[in-house]
Design a protein around this ligand. Structure first.
Ligand code: AMP
Length: 460
């Protein structure tokens, strides 16, 4: 397994587009009480009843926060009013600030694993965002200077006036108490309330000056991991819309592949709007080689493709047989080279039968992925290739045998001759230090080791 990681680390990778700063506040009863007192319990309760879907003013935030605390349910509410950032920054001291966004998380992970070269592109790179990148000599941001492509460390490439996307994360613990009018509220479960920045100024795209150099970037790397399309809005006030940004996203992929057929992995994330979800799937899946997603996301994708009954079954029962069936549908309809699905208990690859890798090799790639994720869950972060060894000590989850049994059953019942389908149980950390970015870690480990195995076979 260490050997395969070594081979994967020889790869040069490109990743884009989404990065943000996760600013974390650990809430306590006093902080919440002060907020309620500032606005008055009456007003807070009234706004809670109105249940605002977006945060336009501070009271919207307080109302949705108190609602989340009362139910103990994790929630995410978009902040649409950019001017409110000052209010948040003057009211809260952030306990931790760290890299957020899939492209940012993946870039730091690859750099810390000592990959040969990591090029990360994010359209907005303010100083604060740039500082979230790890200080590694193999990590680069592409710039255009005097008509040429130049690679610099992100910390040396920031632009003073770029906007920063800050997601504010309010972590709460079960048992936290505060008063809302006459009522004493005790938070029933631990969780988090996320205020996600959805500003007009933050876009998912490649700046026009860099676009002509995408073929050159493609030539310099062995693979690309693209993500962040969930951040596209359906419409913008300047008249641009999701169709515009997806047309540009398609061009980006074709440009990356123009000089060399560089393999592209798209990391899918939940998209609430079915309209946008459909657009991302129909526009981009047919252009990429590999897609990664979790179990909820495969249900969302199937729903968007019109298989709503199958999607509902996956949501409700989480049966392996349905996931296999859904996976077959997706790789056939979108003609993907490989689909990777990660769930809490197992990881799965589905490819067509003519995939150059054997089932054994595909399983090795998944083994590397779950080991890397287990290392990250144990340590909270991966700082060097040596950290990978920690994952090797994490046991497989208790349902491993059950998973294999159900999978064999599914294979007997479904037509699978035209495919290669492999599954492995996950290594599951009982008390993870952090679960942030684990899905991205699995996909990064899976895709880069897939590429390494292709290269070892001489087909890349
Ligand atoms: P996502 O839903 O995309 O964030 O991916 C989460 C994935 O991380 C799950 O499907 C699991 O495979 C993995 N995972 C979650 N919790 C743990 C844990 N405690 N230890 C190891 N892997 C985990």
């Amino acid at each position: 397994m260490m050997k395969l990681l070594e081979k994967a680390r020889e790869m040069a990778m490109f990743t884009a587009y989404n990065t943000n700063v996760d600013a974390i506040v650990y809430l306590n009863g006093d902080i919440v009480q002060r907020l309620i007192n500032e606005f008055g319990a009456e007003s807070v309760m009234k706004r809670m009843e109105e249940f605002p879907r977006e945060i336009n003013e501070p009271l919207d935030f307080v109302a949705r926060l108190v609602h989340a605390l009362k139910t103990g349910k994790p929630m995410e509410v978009p902040l649409v009013n950019e001017e409110l950032q000052g209010w948040f920054d003057s009211h809260f001291k952030y306990d931790v600030e760290r890299m957020g966004g899939q492209a940012g998380i993946i870039a730091n992970l690859l750099a810390n694993l000592d990959f040969r070269k990591v090029i990360v592109y994010t359209p907005h790179l303010a100083k604060k965002q740039a500082e979230m990148f790890v200080d590694k000599p193999n990590l680069f941001y592409p710039l255009v200077e005097n008509g040429k492509l130049i690679l610099r460390h992100p910390r040396e490439a920031y632009r003073e006036n770029d906007p920063v996307k800050v997601n504010r994360i309010f972590e709460f613990r079960a048992g936290t108490r505060f008063k809302l009018g006459d009522e004493t509220i005790t938070v029933p479960y631990s969780g988090r309330f996320i205020v996600s920045a959805r500003f007009e100024s933050i876009r998912i795209y490649t700046r026009p000056e860099l676009k002509p150099f995408l073929p050159e970037i493609g030539l310099q790397v062995d693979g690309a991991i693209l993500s962040g399309y969930q951040g596209i809005r359906l419409r913008y006030s300047d008249g641009k819309d999701a169709n515009y940004y997806l047309r540009e996203a398609k061009k980006d992929i074709l440009l990356l592949k123009r000089e060399k057929d560089v393999k592209v992995h798209l990391e899918f994330a939940s998209i609430q709007s079915r309209e946008l979800r459909k657009k991302v799937i129909y526009n981009l899946f047919p252009l990429v080689d590999s897609v990664g997603m979790d179990e909820a996301e495969i249900a969302y994708v199937l729903n968007a493709l019109g298989y709503s009954k199958l999607a509902d079954r996956i949501f409700t029962y989480n049966r392996i047989e349905d996931t296999v069936l859904g996976g077959k549908i997706i790789i056939d309809e979108m003609n993907l080279e490989v689909l990777q699905i990660h769930t809490i208990y197992y990881l799965m690859y589905i490819t067509h039968a003519d995939n150059p890798l054997s089932e054994g090799e595909l399983r090795q790639s998944l083994e590397l992925a779950t080991t890397l994720a287990a290392a990250r869950a144990s340590l909270g972060d991966i700082n060097s290739p040596e950290d990978f060894r920690v994952g090797l000590k994490v046991p497989y989850n208790g349902r491993g045998e059950y998973v294999k049994l159900r999978f064999e059953e599914a294979k007997r019942r479904l037509r699978t001759r035209e495919y290669k389908i492999v599954i492995i149980p996950t290594r599951l950390v009982e008390k993870p230090v952090s679960t942030v970015g684990l899905g991205d870690t699995i996909s990064t480990g899976a895709f880069t080791s897939y590429l390494a195995l292709l290269r070892m076979k001489g087909v890349l």
